[in-house]
Write a protein that binds this ligand. Structure first.
Ligand SMILES: [Zn+2]
Ligand SMILES: [Zn+2]
Length: 468
């Protein structure tokens, strides 16, 4: 009896071992069973861009090196003085334009939207099993000036590499700011077969009113908006109360009116020169930047900046392609969701727009319109919440109006999977929310976790969020 028992136990042990070995073999040959889907973090605008000098040495063309900046600004100051004395605005505008062009010369793109100098972005994170096991987030960096479809092709290759090295068959795309533009171009071009979840953080996929106004010559400064911007932006940037008090006191000295009058005078006097020079040559020829123009400004902006000039035809063709994706974003993303990809949007609000959009007073994260980062939520103006009788625009059977009466999420592309953080700027991160989203199986919703309902308050010192 004992012998039989031993034999059975031995047999079971052997079988268990065989089973374990074969499942271990399965894990290394065909996949990773760690349970953590690799995350690709698609960065926003502003990453370092390098060129190579005649000796083959790398040097940054962005950010602009401080000695170059000091030199150009110092040569510009005499022109500013002469203008101050003699009122020669033409001379001032010309000098300003020359300075800006020189400052950004290394970043020039040609009439087809390609870098003039040979250039490349900083290296993406090396794809290794160690990185996957360690923090599991792979930073994707790209030349943010260029066509989003060009960056999307690089992203696709990077995703393939991650899939190959980690043994997972899908990734999570976590896109921030301009990263949302790249991600949308990616879904448009490559679909969603390799993506388990898409997290959109303050993403610029629907553009910025600020850039739309810039390229249609509507940027103007308003004194009240300058004050509103400072007073809503600085607290979420953790600036001391003393500074805020000082700025409030300064309001009564009329300093904001003087400052804005000066800036508007410069804009009025110099716009045409800067526009046809620096703004068109340098910025408009960067497809990654021009594609920030929201759909409602797009036709006017293209007409105004590129007109019928045939030398820009190829560039406009590139721009049109993303513009079409921007218009069809909802369809592209919903097709991806129907294909099994989970979608989560995070939108920050509660900061007045940059004081370049005249007296407009809409909700932003300090840079991008919150209506755009949320995929179409309806927002009350900054200074005036919905009144008590407000009825949400789409009645889908649940409440989607925020406790502070600022947001109606019922008009979003994904009302059940869009989270709003009050009092967070563009650059704050909802670390606890993102971590929870990345760990979710399937489509996360605003009803899944009492810690993360639709409407949240941000703690900008800790970069965490909590319910209202
Ligand atoms: Zn794994
Ligand atoms: Zn709903």
């Amino acid at each position: 009896m004992k012998k039989t028992f031993k034999a059975i136990v031995s047999l079971l042990l052997v079988l268990t071992l065989v089973f374990c070995c074969s499942s271990a073999a399965f894990a290394t040959d065909d996949g990773c069973d760690c349970g953590k889907t690799p995350v690709v973090f698609v960065n926003g605008i502003g990453g370092t861009i390098f060129s190579v000098d005649e000796n083959g040495d790398e040097y940054p063309i962005f950010p602009i090196e401080s000695d170059v900046m000091v030199k150009e600004i110092l040569t510009f100051i005499p022109a500013a003085f002469i203008t101050g004395i003699f009122g020669g605005w033409d001379y001032f505008a010309q000098s300003l334009d020359t300075m800006l062009c020189k400052l950004f010369a290394g970043m020039d793109c040609d009439n087809e939207g390609n870098s003039v100098l040979p250039a490349h972005a900083d290296e993406c994170d090396a794809v290794t099993v160690e990185e996957h096991m360690y923090d599991n987030e792979f930073d994707f960096l790209y030349d943010w000036r260029l066509d989003p479809y060009e960056s999307a092709a690089q992203l696709d290759a990077y995703i393939d590499e991650i899939i190959e090295v980690t043994g997972h068959d899908k990734v999570i795309i976590n896109a921030f700011s301009e990263g949302g533009e790249i991600a949308l171009a990616y879904f448009d071009e490559y679909g969603s077969d390799k993506v388990e979840m898409y997290i959109s953080q303050c993403s610029a996929f629907q553009g910025l009113t600020l850039i739309g106004m810039l390229f249609t010559n509507q940027c103007r400064v308003d004194a009240d908006q300058l004050y509103n911007f400072l007073m809503t932006m600085l607290p979420v940037s953790n600036v001391d109360q003393g500074v805020l008090d000082l700025l409030t006191v300064l309001r009564y000295t009329g300093i904001y009116n003087i400052l804005t009058a000066l800036v508007n005078k410069i804009l009025d006097e110099c716009f045409d020169t800067i526009y046809s020079g620096f703004a068109t040559d340098v910025f408009a020829c960067m497809p990654g930047v021009f594609n920030f123009v929201p759909a409602e400004y797009y036709d006017d902006a293209v007409k105004m900046v590129f007109g019928d000039k045939p030398q820009y035809a190829k560039l406009v063709e590139k721009l049109d392609k993303y513009h079409l994706a921007q218009v069809n974003a909802e369809k592209i993303l919903k097709e991806a969701q129907a294909n099994g990809m989970a979608v989560a949007f995070v939108s920050h609000y509660g900061v007045a727009p940059m004081p370049l959009v005249g007296d407009k007073c809409y909700q932003t994260d300090g840079l991008i319109d919150s209506a755009n980062t949320s995929g179409g939520a309806t927002f009350a103006p900054m200074d005036k919440p919905f009144d008590k009788n407000y009825k949400q625009k789409v009645d889908d059977g649940h409440g989607h109006v925020s406790p502070d009466g600022a947001v109606d999420a019922s008009t979003c592309m994904f009302p059940e999977s869009t989270w709003f953080v009050s009092g967070f700027s563009h650059w704050n991160v909802s670390e606890n929310l993102i971590e929870w989203l990345e760990g979710c199986d399937g489509q996360p919703t605003i009803n899944d976790n009492p810690e993360f309902p639709q409407f949240l308050v941000g703690d900008s010192a800790e970069n965490t969020v909590k319910p209202w």
